[in-house]
Write a protein that binds this ligand. Structure first.
Ligand code: SF4
Length: 248
């Protein structure tokens, strides 16, 4: 039996690509427009996920088991595009009191020095919690600026997440719904293709390595905007291929 339509319009890559290309054609390529594009993408993603969750729940197809303070999925590798990395770096630099901001940057740099190159599976097995996660409250300290990858995470089973965590087994899958990931992929493709067409370095990067690059290089944003290969990091798609073996 065919499932009833959800009644919400899913974005698709060609249309979104045109939309981003038009945005940069009209407004130019600058720090301000890149930041605005990422901010608008996050806002649109919030609205879409809100509507999608409501529609999935109403039709009985999916109910999110995620809740505030549950952070099992914050112990893995997070992938993001360079514009998101600059957006997140700016948030960490400006959204906190100066001493808190400095402490968080130090924590991220330390985390990167200990975990650079590790796959998501390895990080999960080692319980390498994201340095942006508050260790006491288990809240994301950069919630408003978190990457699209984090926004896409919706588990349909707390039991599955807990089992994977207890057994340190990244291969126990938590049920989710493909629409969350399809939407995220469309956003990635659209903004990625647009900025790549404009000559900018554009590959999915591991979040902490990308932030560390931004904070340890001179004028990283200006050089990236001028078309320099600033990151030169291994794309996360390559890292993921060396995943941790499943336990016996
Ligand atoms: S950025 Fe926030 S949501 Fe994403 S993994 Fe880190 S703590 Fe979790």
């Amino acid at each position: 039996m065919a499932l009833a339509p959800l009644g919400i319009q899913a974005p698709e890559t060609a249309t979104e690509h045109r939309r981003y290309a038009d945005f940069f054609r009209r407004n130019g390529l600058s720090r301000e427009t890149v930041m605005r594009a990422v901010g608008l993408t996050h806002q649109r993603s919030n609205v879409y996920f809100h509507d999608l969750l409501g529609a999935l729940q109403e039709t009985g197809r999916f109910r999110a088991a995620c809740g505030a303070g549950c952070a099992y999925c914050c112990n893995t590798m997070v992938s993001l595009l360079p514009p998101e990395a600059f957006y997140l770096a700016a948030h960490v630099e400006t959204a906190f009191a100066p001493e808190d901001s400095r402490a968080l940057i130090a924590r991220i740099l330390d985390h990167d020095s200990r975990h650079r190159g590790k796959s998501g599976g390895q990080r999960f097995v080692e319980r390498a919690a994201c340095p942006m996660l508050d260790p006491e409250t288990k809240f994301c300290r950069v919630h408003a600026a978190r990457p699209l990858t984090c926004r896409a995470m919706h588990s349909g089973s707390l039991t599955a997440c807990r089992k994977a965590w207890d057994e340190r087994n990244a291969y126990i899958p938590a049920p989710s719904h493909r629409s969350f990931f399809e939407h995220t992929q469309v956003c990635y493709n659209a903004i990625g293709y647009t900025l790549e067409d404009l000559g900018l370095e554009m590959a999915p990067l591991e979040m902490n390595a990308a932030l560390a690059t931004i904070w340890t290089q001179e004028r990283a944003f200006e050089r990236w905007l001028a078309g320099e290969r600033v990151f030169g990091l291994t794309a996360t798609s390559e890292i993921a291929s060396s995943d941790a073996p499943p336990p016996n």
